[in-house]
Write a protein that binds this ligand. Structure first.
Ligand code: LLP
Length: 424
């Protein structure tokens, strides 16, 4: 097997004792491949980011909720959040204790609140109307409120969650109304949280938003924690040597802000951050196979099984992922050329990499889509009735393990009523 264009995975020894061709032969294509060593490294970087005794990292499993990933993150000492009863359920199955789970609800019904209340997890609400609903369901209970600090950040307008044009959080000017509802239902505010958006590469807006949420936090006397949110970016342009987010500098700023706030507040409470992408994005490469190569009106198309049912980010946000090339044969690529890498979904927008200059690609080549561990499998679908791929973990000794099987055709029909099916 030949690594034709693969300096990033090679430098990381990403595939351990195996290689992309063997993995595809063994598990089929496409395939998500996770590397445990990288995942654990990212966890450790984040954990030591802030110098404060009660600093914790909440993993955000919306980025990747594979049970094995959750178990590793838990093993690294992380807490976790949840956006839905489904995420609460998966977190519990992965071994998190209810009190380690923070349910950040958004526009939920009584049933969802009741599920979370019964499960015993910590709950945050993000509007006054939801606070009232929660109070009705759980009078005398504890709750956190999500603040919208009026500041946002993110790689695309669809993922900016703080600021003046988003549906999230409670505006600071409504705090008096919040207090009235707290009184009416005898609720205790134990936490304040925020999340300004996903993927910033410099920490300035994050730090600015922290200042703002900490001012609000002083209004509440019984706080047990403040959750500053996630959004920590990773360099997707690795082949252009894009710089990493400077965690060290952000961490030292945060450490200072926290220690001075604690002095004012008079009590040492828990501070958390809530990253998803930073934890998991770089620890997975999505492998796919080239099945067709053609010219269509002067554009060279590389036709693969990497449809947007498998990885939707490029289609949904115009996101960029570096592409690597691996080859079973000894045939060399003698030139570089501009190509458009597309999937097998019946939509013109099904493009995973647009107009890239890459070494010549042939049929049967395996392509690696870097940094696919966050919002990759998590956002995959059965569109076109395609099957979701398997997921494999390269453990710390370099061995490969299946951590989620590929779907089968039967899986596509598993939610249909058996009575209905028997009539077909
Ligand atoms: N906390 C809350 C309340 C969130 O809404 C999110 C992400 C996070 C934490 C974690 O954010 P992260 O550290 O991963 O940036 N699908 C998009 C990203 C959507 C993010 C949604 N919320 C993408 O593929 O870029």
């Amino acid at each position: 097997m030949n690594y034709i264009y693969a300096k990033v995975s090679t430098a990381l020894n990403f595939f351990g004792k195996t290689n992309p061709v063997s993995l595809i032969e063994k598990y089929g294509s496409p395939l998500y491949v996770h590397n445990e060593t990288i995942l654990r490294e990212r966890c450790r970087e984040l954990k030591k980011m802030v110098d404060y005794k009660y600093f914790f990292v909440n993993y955000s499993p919306k980025a990747n909720s594979n049970l094995e990933v959750l178990k590793i993150v838990r093993d690294e000492g992380f807490l976790t959040d949840a956006m839905s009863p489904g995420e609460i359920y998966s977190n519990l199955k992965a071994g998190f204790k209810p009190e380690q789970i923070f349910y950040i609800s958004n526009n939920v019904n009584d049933e969802e609140f009741n599920y979370a209340i019964r499960a015993g997890v910590k709950i945050s609400v993000d509007s006054i109307s939801q606070l009232e609903r929660y109070g009705r369901l759980n009078p005398g209970g504890e709750v956190a409120i999500r603040i919208n600090p009026g500041i946002g950040a993110g790689h695309h307008k669809k993922v900016v969650t703080g600021g003046k044009k988003t549906k999230f959080g409670i505006e600071i000017r409504f705090l008096d109304e919040v207090k009235k509802i707290l009184k009416k239902y005898n609720l205790k505010i134990t936490g304040i949280n925020q999340h300004i958006g996903s993927l910033f590469m410099d920490g300035d807006s994050f730090i600015e938003s922290v200042d703002s949420i900490l001012t609000v936090a002083k209004e509440f006397n019984d706080l047990e924690f403040i959750d500053l949110g996630g959004g920590f970016g990773i360099p997707y342009h690795k082949y252009e040597n894009e710089e990493r987010l400077d965690l060290r500098s952000m961490g030292s700023k945060l450490s200072k802000i926290i220690s001075s706030w604690i002095k004012d507040y008079g009590k040492e409470i828990i501070f958390k951050i809530e990253p998803g992408r930073y934890v998991v994005a770089e620890s997975a490469i999505l492998l796919g196979t080239v099945h067709a190569v053609k010219m269509n009106y002067d554009i060279k198309y590389i036709g693969t099984d990497l449809g947007f049912n498998v990885l939707v980010r490029p289609v949904m946000y115009d996101s960029y992922h570096d592409i690597e090339i691996y080859r079973k044969s000894d045939k060399p690529s003698v030139k570089n050329e501009q190509v458009r890498i597309v999937g097998n979904i019946c939509e013109t927008g099904d493009i995973i990499a647009k107009d890239r200059i890459l070494p010549e690609i042939f049929e049967e080549d395996i392509l690696g889509v870097l940094d696919s561990g966050a919002y990759g499998y998590a956002m995959s679908s059965n569109y076109n009735n395609r099957l979701r791929p398997a997921e494999v973990l390269i453990d710390q000794d370099g061995h490969d393990w299946l951590i989620r099987r590929r779907e089968t055709l039967e899986d596509l029909l598993k939610t249909f009523d058996t009575l209905f099916l028997s009539g077909c």
